[in-house]
Structures are given as structure tokens and as C-alpha cells.
Design a protein around this ligand. Structure first.
Ligand SMILES: *Cc1c(COP(=O)(O)O)cnc(C)c1O
Length: 427
């Protein structure tokens, strides 16, 4: 009974609040100064969350979280995370160059790529990054193109696990990673080639809200490490449990309890790894979404209200600024800062101006009655938001702003201009 009560209390506490970090006054001023639309990131909240993640895993003395750069590839955000102790998880040449530019090199970079071109392996080697190999054929490819580093990690795709891990979904269809058999063969070959330092990685889910999922992923990796160590007489230096921690996009969803995940992983570490005689190893993660997602907002104005068979609120932002609703049918909460006290009794499709009918941030969303000029804030746009932008239909990507702990605002990426759009053309 008490346990249940406590659980309810905890769930309530964790239930995502969709409050805004800035006052209506503040966001009005920011919108006036910089013009809409823009993405704005809450630095204090990003730092607090990063700190919390690292603290939760402090039981592991080698713990490192590598920020998945693709989530928010902005050097100012990356520098903030570097200051909080994060490394960078890169998967392309430009992401490697971004990391280099903010002074993150060597084993503070995890290079997790697939279908990798030669020049990316060469750059990753030059920077001294930890190289996470996606396929068994890449062992020879890496050796011939850039040379094998002393530390190598292989990416595991657990496929259809014997004990039917329902929540892993269907990794067999995923293009990533080695099969279990290929892992044995791969590490054996690496050992023969003189590699002495080893890591093991997997990443098989995305936007997962069940804390137990991450514990089970860690269990699979610890078990596999113990098997491989015995089979090949090697020891592992780290295990990378990947990213994929989800965020509560919907108000009724709860955030993943990081402390609960960390405790569960520690228990598995003690039982499955240390208890089985493998020496201590470092635990790595490479989260993106949960690091910045809830702390970034797309701020936009209503441009037109249109009434036909439905009621439409047309914004000055479009799917080029935030693709997730169009791409995945994803829910993003919408606040109307000046109208928070008014009843949400009017039904809208909230649209952009792109000539695609799926350019809608929300369908049949109940909102306060809107009029042209109203400011709207679209929540949880801080990861895989601006980053997924594109220029289809001549839509230009918006600016990125940083809302600092002292409540001042800095532009950390300007909006694209028509000149940027023409820059690649040969006029
Ligand atoms: C995308 C990606 C991540 C980050 O995923 P999130 O869902 O943003 O945490 C981590 N690692 C790899 C290899 C990825 O491709």
C-alpha cells in the first residue's frame, strides 16, 4: 500500500509539466527583438539535466555520456555539454569537425557510423576518437584505409534474442551492427591483428520511456562481454549502452527516472559482470534526445486563421523547422503564452506554409481561440528539431537562440537567408 502510494507520488512528480522557462513578457520581447520563428534553448535546464545524468551514474568511476551530436549540432550547446563533462558521439565528418572545433578530441569522441566512407575513418583516427565499428567487413576496411587503433568497439545487433526480449522490437530488420556470431569472429580477428583494448556497444531503440528497457539492454551487453571474454581470453574496457532514452512529449507521459535506470544498471553490473569474474569496466552512454529535447522550444506566430471544412491556424514556422509531426505523426505540445488562462475550446489544425498537406504541427488540437499575431510555443523541439531541417520548397531554416541562466538571450545560429539558399548554385 505504502509502496503503491509512493509510486503514485513518484509518477505524479515525474509527470512532465509543460511550463515555460520564460515569462510572457520575456518571450514577447525576444520575439520582437529576433523575429519569429526561432528555436530557443534553456541553458540552465540543460545543465541541470546533464548534471543529474552524470550524478546518477557516479557509481561507475569511468562513466561517460557522449552527446549524440545529431540531436542538436550547435557548437554553443555542445560546449555547454562539454563543460558538464560530456563527450561527443559523432557519425559524420562534419560532426567530427564540430567536435574538433570545440576542443573535444581523442577518446572524448565516440565515432559511431555506418556505411562509412574512407575519409571519415581517416578523420576519426586523426582525432584519436574511439571507433565503434558497425560491420565485420569494416575491420579490414578500417585497417586498410586508416589503420587499426589500439582501442576498438564493435556494435552489437542482438537480433531475435533467445529469451524473447519483447521490448527490443525487431532488431533483425535494422541495418546496424554485428550478429552474435560475427562478434566472436570480429573480436577474434581484432585480437589476431594486435588490438588489445576492446569495447562493446549496442543501440536498438529510440524514444523509449520504460526504464527497465535500459537495464535489460545493459544486462544483454554484460552477459555478452562475459561470454566473449571467456571465449577469446580478452577483457573489455567499456560497455556502451547507447542512447534512446525517451522524453514525455505528451503531458500525461512521465519522464524516465534516471536514478532508477542507474540503480538497475548497477545491479546488473554487479551480478552479471563483476559476479561472473570480469574486471571492472567503464560504462558509456550516448543519449541525444533526453539531453536537450525538453529544453528547446520552437517559437512562432500565427499568420492566418482559415476556416473551410476545418479551422486552420497557419504559422510562420513550417515542417522545415520541426519535421517530427510530419515524419512520425509525433505529438508536440503547444502553448499559447498570452492565453494560458483562457479555455482551450477551439479545435485547430496547426499548419505551416509548405506545399505538403502533412505540414501540420497538430491535427484537431484544442487550443484557446487564436488570432493572427498570437505567439505559439511548440514544446520538446530541442533535439532532432532544428537539426532535421531542410530547404524543400525554398523554406529556410530558422535561427537558434540561447536563453541563459541570467535570463539574457544570445543568438547561437542565425536564420538562413536567400543567399544561403543560392550558395550552392552556379550562377
Ligand atoms: C541517434 C543515435 C543516438 C542518440 O539517440 P537518442 O534517441 O537521441 O538518444 C545515439 N547513438 C547512435 C548510434 C545514434 O544513431
Amino acid at each position: 500500500m505504502l509502496g503503491k502510494l509512493r509510486q503514485n507520488y513518484k509518477a505524479e512528480k515525474l509527470m512532465s509539466n509543460k511550463n515555460l522557462p520564460f515569462t510572457f513578457e520575456e518571450i514577447l520581447n525576444i520575439a520582437e527583438q529576433f523575429g519569429t520563428p526561432f528555436h530557443i534553448y534553456d541553458e540552465a535546464a540543460i545543465r541541470a539535466n546533464a548534471h543529474r545524468l552524470i550524478k546518477a551514474f557516479a557509481w561507475n568511476s569511468g562513466f561517460k555520456q557522449y552527446f549524440a551530436v545529431k540531436a542538436t549540432p550547435n557548437p554553443t550547446i555542445m560546449e555547454i555539454l562539454k563543460e558538464e563533462g560530456f563527450g561527443m558521439d559523432c557519425s559524420s565528418l562534419p560532426e567530427l569537425l564540430l567536435s574538433e572545433q570545440i576542443g573535444v578530441t581523442d577518446e572524448h569522441i565516440m565515432f559511431t557510423s555506418n556505411d562509412t566512407p574512407v575519409e571519415e575513418f581517416v578523420k576519426a583516427r586523426e582525432l584519436g576518437a574511439v571507433i565503434n565499428i558497425d560491420d565485420i567487413t569494416h575491420i579490414d576496411f578500417l585497417e586498410q584505409s586508416a589503420g587499426l587503433p589500439e582501442l576498438v568497439c564493435c556494435r552489437y545487433n542482438p537480433g531475435q534474442l533467445k529469451d524473447g526480449n519483447a521490448i527490443i522490437g525487431n532488431p533483425e530488420d535494422a541495418k546496424y551492427g554485428f550478429t552474435r556470431k560475427q562478434l566472436s569472429e570480429g573480436y577474434h580477428r581484432l585480437k589476431e591483428k594486435g588490438v588489445r583494448r576492446f569495447g562493446l556497444h549496442t543501440m536498438v531503440a529510440s524514444n523509449e520511456l520504460n526504464p527497465q528497457y535500459f537495464v535489460e539492454t545493459a544486462e544483454i551487453l554484460f552477459n555478452t562481454v562475459v561470454e566473449l571474454a571467456r571465449e577469446l581470453d580478452i577483457t573489455f574496457e567499456f560497455v556502451n549502452i547507447g542512447g534512446g532514452i525517451g522524453i514525455p512529449y505528451r503531458p500525461e507521459e512521465s519522464a524516465v527516472d534516471l536514478e532508477q535506470v542507474a540503480e538497475g544498471v548497477e545491479r546488473a553490473y554487479q551480478q552479471r559482470l563483476i559476479g561472473e569474474g570480469h574486471p571492472a569496466l567503464k560504462l558509456f552512454m550516448e543519449c541525444g534526445r533526453m539531453v536537450t529535447g525538453p529544453y528547446g522550444y520552437l517559437v512562432t506566430r500565427v499568420r492566418h486563421i482559415k476556416e473551410t471544412y476545418k479551422r486552420f491556424a497557419g504559422l510562420d514556422a513550417c515542417m522545415a523547422d520541426l519535421m517530427r509531426p510530419a515524419l512520425y505523426g509525433a505529438y508536440h505540445h503547444i502553448s499559447v503564452p498570452g492565453k494560458t488562462k483562457l479555455p482551450a475550446e477551439t479545435r485547430y489544425d496547426v499548419t505551416g506554409s509548405l506545399c505538403e498537406n502533412n505540414d501540420k504541427f497538430a491535427i484537431d488540437r484544442m487550443l484557446p481561440e487564436l488570432e493572427p499575431g498570437d505567439l505559439l510555443v511548440i514544446h520538446d523541439a530541442g533535439a532532432h528539431g532544428h537539426a532535421m531541417g531542410f530547404q524543400y520548397n525554398g523554406k529556410l531554416r530558422s535561427a537558434e537562440l540561447l536563453f541563459k541562466p541570467d535570463r539574457s538571450v544570445e543568438m547561437i545560429r542565425r536564420a538562413e537567408s536567400v543567399e544561403d539558399y543560392f550558395a550552392t548554385l552556379n550562377f
